[in-house]
Every structure is written in structure tokens, then in C-alpha cells.
Write a protein that binds this ligand. Structure first.
Ligand SMILES: [Zn+2]
Length: 159
């Protein structure tokens, strides 16, 4: 329904201005052929979008978005959509994909920024320790904390 509304707005020439959170191209559109549950999407390795049965039923399988797209296109073929509708659907799905990529890029950039900031913090604290401006105990305690945060940020920055 949401896809339909978005396509409808596109055809009407109205601009879609409502703020949107991260959405998956086929989110809420599919149901499991085995148990009938919703098909849910998730990001693997921070960039690949996979779909699976939300109930993780016995048909459990992870399907790459590219494969879902092929099947979706195949399923839509008999509908013989008007060319304008077909184009609008394609554009909408492409934009959804681009939003996910933007989101991943933003998160990687934020993590990298954090790594640099923590690095500067550690260097500065080390300097302060050498200059006797802060106590060894305080330095050690905080350095461990910052190193841990930096390691976590490094984990988030590798797309
Ligand atoms: Zn299922």
C-alpha cells in the first residue's frame, strides 16, 4: 500500500515531503510462501540487504535483495502495468535503495569521525600526563575507556 501511495504521488506530480526513516525497497510487500508470515529485511555486513521470514519458520532462508527484485519483477510481469506506472515503480524502488546506501555512508563517516576524535583525545591526554597535568591513574583509566570506544568505532566503520 505504501509503495502504491508513493507511486501514486509520483504520477500525480506531487512531491513526497514527509520525513522517512530507513526503508527497505520491498519492506512490508512480501509474505512467506511457507507460513504466511511477513518477510522482513536486514542489512548484512553493513551493505547487503537480505530478506527472510519474520517467523524464521522451517522455510528459513536468506534471500539477497537482487534476487528478490528479480522475483518481484517476474511476479509483476503479468499485471501488464502501464509504462508510466512501471517507470514510477522502478524509480521508487531505486530511490529506496539509494537511501539505504546514503544511510550506510553516513554511519561509516560518523564512525570514522569518532575514531579520529578519540585518537586526538588519547594523544592529548598522554601529553597532559607527560606534562604532569593529569595523574597516571586518571590517564590509564580514561585511555582504556577511549581505546575500547575507538575499537568499537573501528568495527562500525568497516563497510
Ligand atoms: Zn515462514
Amino acid at each position: 500500500m505504501e509503495l502504491f501511495e508513493r507511486v501514486q504521488e509520483r504520477l500525480d506530480g506531487t512531491t513526497y515531503t514527509r520525513p522517512r526513516e530507513l526503508k527497505f525497497a520491498y519492506g512490508g510487500l512480501l509474505t512467506c510462501g511457507h507460513c504466511g508470515a511477513t518477510i522482513t529485511a536486514e542489512i548484512k555486513k553493513k551493505k547487503y540487504v537480505y530478506y527472510r521470514c519474520a517467523q524464521r519458520c522451517e522455510a528459513v532462508a536468506y534471500v539477497r535483495e537482487e534476487r528478490v527484485r528479480e522475483q518481484f519483477i517476474e511476479a509483476m510481469r503479468p499485471l501488464r502495468m502501464a509504462e508510466s506506472v512501471r517507470e514510477a515503480v522502478k524509480r521508487t524502488l531505486r530511490e529506496s535503495r539509494a537511501r539505504i546506501e546514503d544511510d550506510v555512508r553516513a554511519r561509516v563517516a560518523a564512525a570514522q569521525e569518532r575514531i579520529e576524535r578519540l585518537g586526538r583525545l588519547i594523544d592529548k591526554a598522554y601529553e597532559d600526563k607527560l606534562e604532569g597535568r593529569i595523574e597516571d591513574h586518571f590517564f590509564m583509566q580514561n585511555r582504556m575507556k577511549w581505546e575500547k570506544q575507538r575499537t568499537e568505532a573501528v568495527g562500525r566503520s568497516s563497510a
